[in-house]
Ligand binder design. Structure first.
Ligand code: 5GP
Length: 118
């Protein structure tokens, strides 16, 4: 079993977080250090450390994350203008918390996806 992170405690409501949505598969809560006017994390309740650890049995929960992302974006009033979904994986991907999660970012024009190096 991978080691639990702070996200498991948030999912179990053992530590405070601004939870916007929760069901038996997925939890969505506001990022503690927002990088855009809307910055929400969408997390499978099951501890999956990274995208590398995904298995076919996770397909339903991972697909559900997109349904929840669209629902939360609509509820936040950013669906029409658009937004960005990001999943970081591992060291080079910039992942800090090893419990797979999707960032939902919006509320302003976000600009290019990555800093250009050329
Ligand atoms: P990563 O870099 O792993 O893709 O993103 C981790 C995200 O989790 C970061 O944006 C960070 O601000 C957020 N985060 C880390 N610890 C906490 C916490 O305790 N509560 C909340 N709500 N967000 C957190």
């Amino acid at each position: 079993m991978p080691e639990e992170t702070i996200f498991s405690k948030i999912i179990r409501r053992e530590i405070p977080a601004s939870i916007l949505f929760q069901d038996d598969r997925v939890t969505a809560f506001e990022d503690i250090r927002p990088q855009a006017p809307t910055h929400i994390l969408i997390v499978p309740n099951k501890l999956i450390a990274t995208v590398n650890d995904v298995t076919p049995e996770d397909e339903a929960a991972l697909g559900h994350m997109f349904v929840v992302a669209a629902q939360v974006a609509r509820a936040q009033g950013i669906a029409e203008d658009g937004y960005r979904l990001i999943i970081n994986c591992g060291d080079h991907g910039g992942q800090e918390v090893y419990h797979l999660h999707m960032h939902l970012l919006g509320g302003r024009r976000l600009g290019p996806m990555l800093m250009r190096r050329d």
